[in-house]
Every structure is written in C-alpha cells, then in structure tokens.
Design a protein around this ligand. Structure first.
Ligand code: B3K
Ligand code: ZN
Length: 884
C-alpha cells in the first residue's frame, strides 16, 4: 500500500471547468458518461492527464469529439492515464460502466433498500467515473439522470432541477444544474421510491427556500424533528455568523445503509436514517439531540466546507473541526450550554485523549495517510473543534466573528489550507500567536501542571505552570505551544473574586471588561515550558478554578486538595468546572480503590464523597441534566488510561462497588428523584423536558444496581408503562445490569415488540453487546446469527461489534475470546466493506496498555489480520500501525 504525504502536495496541472454527467441507471449495469471541459495549466509540452478510477469498466475516451487511440490510453487498477493531451483547452468525454447493485463498500454509487444513492467523500467519486478525484479540482456540475420511471420515480442531484421528462421504454430523466463550482466529493445522486416532507424557510434577505426531506413513504411522519432542526439551524447560522443559504432548494435524503452519520453534498445532504427518523416511540432523547446536532452540522458545511473547501485531504480539520465547533455551539444555544460542554469534553477525553496516547496518534492535520477514510477521526473532528474553540477563547466572541467574516471574504469559492484560516483569524484581530500553529502539527495531549501559592502579606496569588507535550509516533520532540488557561478565583464564601491584574514575567496585564463589569475569569496565555502568573490584589486566600470551561484540550495536573475540590463542586460558577471537580474526586477515588482491589483489600467509599453528591442531588436550583451528569462516575476507560497497566476487571469491580455504595447511601434522595420527575404524557425532546427525564433515569439506574425486588419492580413498572422510548430503554438498560430471569424476560419482550423496526432493534443489539455481564462474548457470538443482525448494514455492525468493544471486561476478556470475536468479524467484513471493517480494528490499538497475557492475545489477532491475503488498505493501515 502506498503512503501519501502532505509535503508532496502539487497543484493539479489541468483544471476542469465544467462537468456534464449522464447516468443511465440500470439493474445489470449503469453507464456513466462524463464530459469535461479541460483547461491545461502547464505551458508548453503535451503532458499526460492522470485520472483516478477504481472498479470501472472503461468503454470509450474522446478528445474534442474524436475517439482517442488505444496507444494513448493506459488503464491500471487505480488510474487511467491519457498520453499527449492538447496544451490548449479541450473537451474530454469518458464513458464507463459500473455495477452499483454489487457495490457493498457503500462508497461511490450503490444501492440501499432498492434505491440508488452515492457517497463520494473522501475518494468515492473515482468509483463512479475516471476523474481528478481531489478537492482542489472544482468544477461546475450538470447531471442528467435516466432511469426506469416505475422503479425510480424520484431523481435527485445537486443544485436546481432544470429539465425533466419522459423517455421511451418506461424511462424518464431529470437534469440538475449546480451553479456553484465544487469538488467531486460533494457530488450526489439519488434515484428511487421516496416521498418528501416539504417546508419552507425565508432567509434573512427574504428569499424563500424549499426544504424537502425524502424517505420511504412510511417514514415521512418521522421526519418532523429533522425538519424543525433544519429550520433552526438555518436561522441560527444567519444570526450567529451572518451566513445565509444560497440556493432555492435544500434536500435531505435518509438511507438505511450508510457508513457514517451523514454527508454534506451541495444542496443534497444524504443521511444515515438513524440521524433523520425519530418519533417519541422509536427514538430516545439522545437520538433527538443527535439529529439536531448532525442536521445542523451538515447544513453548516454549506459555508464551512462547501463554499470554502479544503485544498487537500490533510486539511480535513479545516472544515470538520470548524463545523463540529459550529454544531456544538448550535446545540448549546438550543439546549443547555454547560451540559453540552460536559458531554463534548467527555467524548474528547474518552476517545481522543486515548487515540492521542496510542499508536494511531496523529496531528489535527495529519502528515501522511494510506487511506484517507481512516483519518475521519476524533482527533481531526473533536480535537480540531477544540482548536477552533481556542481561537474564540483567545480572541473573544466578537474577535472570532471578525476572523470568520474575513475568512469568507477572502476565500469564498476557494480550496484552502489551515494556514489560511489561521491568517484570517489573526489578521482580522491584528494579532499573532507564534506558537498557536503547533496545534495543527504536533500530536499528543499536552500535560499542564499547575502549582499554586498565596502570599497573604503581598496579597498575591501565583500559578506556576509547566507544560509538556508527550512523544507520539514519529514525533519524539515537541515544542511548547499556546494553551489558553481560563482561571477564576473563589473567595471563602464561594463567590467569584473580581480579578484586577496579573503579572507574567516583566509584563503586567490589567483586566477590564468592555462594559465596565468586573472580570471574574481571566484567560492566561501559557506558551512556555515553564511560566509563572501572579494575580495582584487578592484579598484573601482563594480557591482556584483552573481551566474553566475546559479552555484547552490538555490533561491538567494540579496540587488542589480534596477539600478545595469539594468546595468547587459546591460553589464554582463555571458549570463545567463544578462538574469537573466531582469527576476529579471520582477519578482519585476509583484509582485508590483499584489499588485496594488489586491487593485484595476491603473497599470503602469516603462519606465526604457521598455527601458531596447528596448536596448536588438535593439542590433544586441546579439544572437537572447537570445533576445527572454530576452523578455519573468517570468511565472505566478513562480510569484505565490513567493506570500504568490497565486492569479492566479491577476497574469494573470498583466502579460497580461505588455505584452500589452511592445507591444505598442516597436511596431516599434517588427514590425521590425517580418519583418527582415523571415524563409528561406528551413527549417533548427539548431541554426543559429532557432534563428531569435524564435525572430520573440516572437515579433509576443507581437504584436498580442494588438488585432488590422492590427497586427492580420500580424499573419494571416504568418499562411497562413508559409512553416514550427514552423511558422504556432507560428501564431496560437499568434492568439488564443484573443477570437473571428478569433481564432475559424484558430483553425478549422488547425484541418482540420492536422487531419490525431496525433502528430500535439496533438499540436492543447494542444494549446486549455492551453489557458487562460475565461471559457475554458467547452471547454476542450468538447474536451474529440472529435475524436482527446483518453484517452488510453498518448501523448493525456498530450496534453489535462497536458496542461490544465498549465493554472493557468482555472485549478484553482474559482468555482472548473477545479479541478473537472481533477479529473474525473484521476479516469477514473486510471483503464487503473495508471502511467499516477498519473502524472495528481501532479498539485493538491500545493493546500495549494491558497486562502481558492480554497483550499477547491481542497481538496475535492483529498479526492474524495483517497476515491475511487480500486485505484492504483500510484495515491494513490500522492493524499494521497498531502493531508498531
Ligand atoms: N463529511 C462527512 C464525512 C464523510 C466521511 C467519508 N469517509 C460527514 C461530515 O463530517 O459531515
Ligand atoms: Zn462534517
């Protein structure tokens, strides 16, 4: 397999000005005719034109209407090379044949439930026709689709419908024209039996946009929330970023077979059904929230990604980090900002920090790849979003907006790099942070160590900072980089002190808000390996709230005492840090108990910890969704990442033990939380209604962990009477913690009730797959044969195998049976869908973190994978890099 490097980037030597595509869709094969107006960029000499293409049958090539001689054409497995091309503009016509009905990779043109659809990002267009499949080749697309009218009544592509009509033999056609130049990864085509929910949106300049969400007829009623989310996203982007939609039509199509969540094709977004279809009885609060977020995300790409796109795939975070940041902000404004931040940081810490500490660690802008699909990662997306958030933290909201405005002013219609984004941000604010660009090139999570001291006489408070960026593959040495450290100081009553000034080296910085109000959170710029900041006029010994709102994606190590952590948990005005204080205490407690567990000693939970949680639980002034988050212990994998040798069994035992201790000590308060927060008869997914529901269901899970008949009955009652799927699944999840007859009965009952609905049965698969009950490996193996499972459908693979890997005790089963199970599936799946197969290899990548026995077992499976003949590049890249 060939590795591709950022440093080798070369601009294309042929521009493609216009592209006319004709699709003759058929059951046996589909004929694709591509007519390109080519503008050679190199002066003099007749250079060859090298086009990308995979699994295509070449029918003919014409230059300016003349058939090109065979001696000028070279076809290889990945390319079509056309020799001695004219040095003046010319028309190129290429005819190819493809078989979408046999395309199980779900990239390029394929069939899902009988309908034709496409997925071109990153490099799927080359499975449709020969082309310069790279984002810096932008062209004006016109697409003509011809198909059987009965089988495929709806024909869609990007842009505006400019012509349609009947053909002979029961066929019909449609012609779509996209006025905006775009790279081929944004091309889309859909043909099939679909109906739409229609609505309109009037933009800020008064233009009416027709909004259409397409699904099979029976699913149209389930698209209401997606439509509401779309309208909210369009309005939000106008209000927050001044960005208006630029066409008169916006289509979304939901398909059941899709590798990822969704795709932002220009004016024709294609979505995985699970991120469009929702009803109170078939989707949970989490599903509704995900729909809102992803509908927003894909819509926001219209500006950040489509109008301004990437020069090459190494720049992926230019559009993805930025668009994730935008969707996070959108969801924050729609719901609870604090809770959203907590959820995003959890995800970052659990998945991205772990990736950054392992063999697959790569910078936000990777230096190389074998398969680009493998780099749609939490690092590019979530850490990339943190990088964008840091610009905002450093420049302020208004400064950030100025930067965005300048970015669009300079680069609308262009394919650019991360440097251009950075330059727009800095130029718009007439500033420069010399070490900030390192966030794009250095992998690894910085460790920020903070030591604090108070000088009562001088009334100063000093924070000593040390930063270190750990080594990562290929990057043994790192430079210090700019970390924005947001700090607040609490007085003895727990109130924020007003901050007057801070001294750093020789420079003094006075704080003042533009509106004259006092500053209570200061953003320190940590950019040296060692650095000291001294706050002046600090009247009493404060408790420091460091890294407020998680102002930089770092591991913070501080000398803060448990007493101060409890104080922050009770008082911090920064919701994120209030939650984080509890998490820090939880992590410490779990690590301590794991040591005891490993020594076979008796476990005990401090009263202070329980009391801290009790006061949060009974504080009626708090957002109930926040309370639910604060009651949740750090995850097992988070704790595993902090241990020299991860011990999944001990961590699991300890976490279960603490949960039961909390449940038995807070029984009355938890019961009250369950009883006083019933769901309203009429389901409502908004934060106001979701918040009490999440608290009630967290409380229920705690209570059921005690495995007492009365408490189990409480959950059974909720299971039976629930009027929405959130409550039903929460009760089912709570009950399935405890092995036994009740568990099997409710699981069977649930399947019976929902077996007709794939999206709901996927939850049933996931719930069983991620279970920590002993010996679950065999159960998951059996589920592979269950009618609810289908290896060709990515959602089902994620639900069964993806979820299974999240149960540390079973995936990392001592006997290696969990590893063997996943490897079996990977090898079977690789022949069908390499992209999804590669995703299932990732959980292996942290194998060196475990004891020798597990290491040997995991390594053996990785070696078994890499030594398999005919392995895809996708799986090869992840497996072989994991072994290094
Ligand atoms: N841009 C797509 C990702 C497509 C990935 C293909 N391997 C979805 C998104 O981030 O919006
Ligand atoms: Zn995206």
């Amino acid at each position: 397999p060939k590795e591709i490097f950022l440093k080798d980037y070369k601009a294309p030597s042929f521009a493609f000005e216009t592209l006319n595509l004709k699709f003759q869709l058929g059951e046996e094969h589909t004929v694709v005719t591509s007519s390109i107006h080519v503008i050679p960029k190199t002066t003099g000499g007749k250079s060859p034109l090298v086009l990308d293409g995979e699994n295509l049958k070449l029918v003919s090539v014409k230059i300016n209407g003349q058939k090109l001689g065979d001696d000028k054409i070279t076809v290889s497995a990945r390319h079509l090379t056309l020799a001695s091309m004219p040095s003046t503009p010319f028309d190129l016509e290429i005819v190819t044949e493809i078989e979408p009905q046999n395309n199980t990779s779900l990239e390029g043109l394929y069939k899902s439930s009988g309908n034709f659809c496409t997925q071109c990002e990153a490099e799927g267009f080359r499975k449709i026709t020969y082309y310069q499949d790279r984002p810096d080749v932008m062209s004006k697309f016109t697409t003509r689709i011809e198909a059987d009218q009965k089988l495929y009544p709806v024909l869609l592509s990007n842009g505006n419908l400019v012509d349609q009509g009947k053909l002979t033999d029961g066929k019909h056609y449609a012609v779509w024209e996209d006025p905006f130049r775009k790279p081929c990864y944004l091309f889309a085509l859909v043909a099939g039996q679909l109906l739409s929910r229609d609505d309109t949106f009037t933009t800020c300049s008064g233009r009416q946009v027709l909004l259409r969400i397409w699904t099979p007829a029976e699913d149209v009623p389930k698209t209401e929330y997606a439509m509401e989310s779309l309208k909210a996203a369009m309005k939000w982007d106008e209000e927050v970023f001044g960005l208006e939609y630029d066409l008169d039509l916006f289509n979304i199509v939901a398909v059941p077979d899709f590798n990822m969540g969704a795709m932002e094709n220009k004016s024709l977004n294609i979505f995985n059904s699970k991120l469009v279809l929702a009803s109170p009885q078939t989707a949970t609060d989490a599903d509704f929230a995900a729909i809102e977020g992803v509908i927003g995300h894909e819509y926001f790409h219209n500006w950040t990604g489509n109008r301004v796109t990437c020069r090459d795939w190494f720049q992926l975070s230019l559009k993805e980090g930025l668009t994730v940041f935008r969707d996070q902000e959108f969801s924050s404004d729609m719901g609870s900002r604090g809770v959203k931040r907590i959820a995003d940081v959890c995800r970052l810490r659990i998945s991205q920090f772990s990736q950054d500490a392992g063999p697959m660690a790569h910078p936000v802008r990777p230096h190389s790849y074998i398969k680009m699909d493998n780099f749609y990662t939490v690092t590019v997306y979530e850490k990339g979003a943190e990088v964008v958030r840091m610009y905002q933290t450093l420049l302020g909201k208004a400064g950030f907006r100025k930067g965005m405005d300048l970015y669009f002013k300079r680069h609308d219609g262009q394919a650019v790099t991360c440097e251009e984004f950075l330059a727009a941000m800095f130029d718009a604010n007439q500033t420069k942070f010399p070490t900030f660009p390192l966030w794009y090139s250095q992998a690894g999570t910085p460790v920020l160590t903070a030591t604090t001291s108070y000088n009562a006489e001088a009334q100063t408070f000093t924070i000593k900072c040390r930063q270190e960026v750990p080594q990562t593959p290929g990057q043994p040495e790192k430079e210090p980089m700019l970390l924005p450290l947001a700090v607040g100081l609490l007085d003895s009553k727990g109130h924020d002190m007003s901050l007057s000034s801070v001294k750093e080296g020789a420079s003094l910085h006075n704080f003042s808000n533009p509106d004259g109000s006092s500053v209570t959170t200061a953003v320190l710029r940590v950019d040296k390996a060692e650095q000291e900041f001294t706050f002046l006029d600090v009247k009493e010994k404060p408790v420091a709230s460091l890294l407020r709102n998680f102002s930089a994606p770092v591991r913070l190590v501080s000398d803060i005492s448990d007493k101060d952590l409890f104080f922050l948990l009770a008082h911090d005005s920064d919701q994120f840090n209030r939650w984080e204080a509890g998490q820090t205490l939880g992590r410490k407690l779990m690590l301590n108990l794991v040591t005891l567990q490993q020594k076979g000693e008796k476990l005990r939970v401090d009263d202070a910890f329980i009391e801290g949680l009790r006061s949060i639980l009974i504080d009626s002034s708090l957002d109930k969704e926040f309370v639910a988050k604060a009651l949740t212990l750090p995850g097992e994998s988070e704790v595993a990442d902090l241990m020299p040798i991860a011990d999944p069994d001990a961590i699991h035992e300890v976490r279960r033990f603490i949960i039961k201790q909390i449940a038995s000590n807070l029984r009355q308060e938890l019961l009250k939380a369950v009883k006083t927060n019933p769901s309203a008869e009429l389901y409502d997914p908004t934060h106001k209604h979701r918040a009490p529901r999440s608290l009630k269901n967290s409380a229920l899970a705690y209570l059921v962990s005690l495995d007492e008949p009365a408490l189990t009955d409480l959950a059974l009652h909720q299971y039976k009477t629930a009027s929405n799927l959130t409550d039903k699944v929460a009760a089912l999840a709570a009950l399935s913690q405890n092995p036994g007859e009740t568990r099997s009965d409710v699981l069977a009952n649930f399947y019976d009730q929902y077996k007709g609905d794939n999206l709901v049965t996927n939850k049933w698969l996931a719930l069983q797959a991620m279970s920590d009950i002993p010996g679950n490996v065999e159960q998951v193996r059996k589920l592979l044969e269950h009618p609810a499972f289908d290896i060709r459908n990515p959602n089902k693979v994620y639900s069964l195998i993806g979820a299974f890997c999240s149960s540390a005790v079973n995936f990392h089963a001592k006997d290696g049976s969990g590893y063997a199970l996943v490897a079996d599936v990977v090898l079977q799946l690789d022949k069908l869908n390499p992209q999804v197969a590669a995703r299932m290899v990732s959980p292996f990548s942290r194998w060196r973190r475990f004891d020798e026995g597990r290491q040997a077992a995991a390594k053996a499976q990785l070696e078994r994978i890499t030594s398999t003949n005919g392995l895809s590049d996708n799986v090869y890249e992840i497996a072989s890099k994991s072994l290094v």
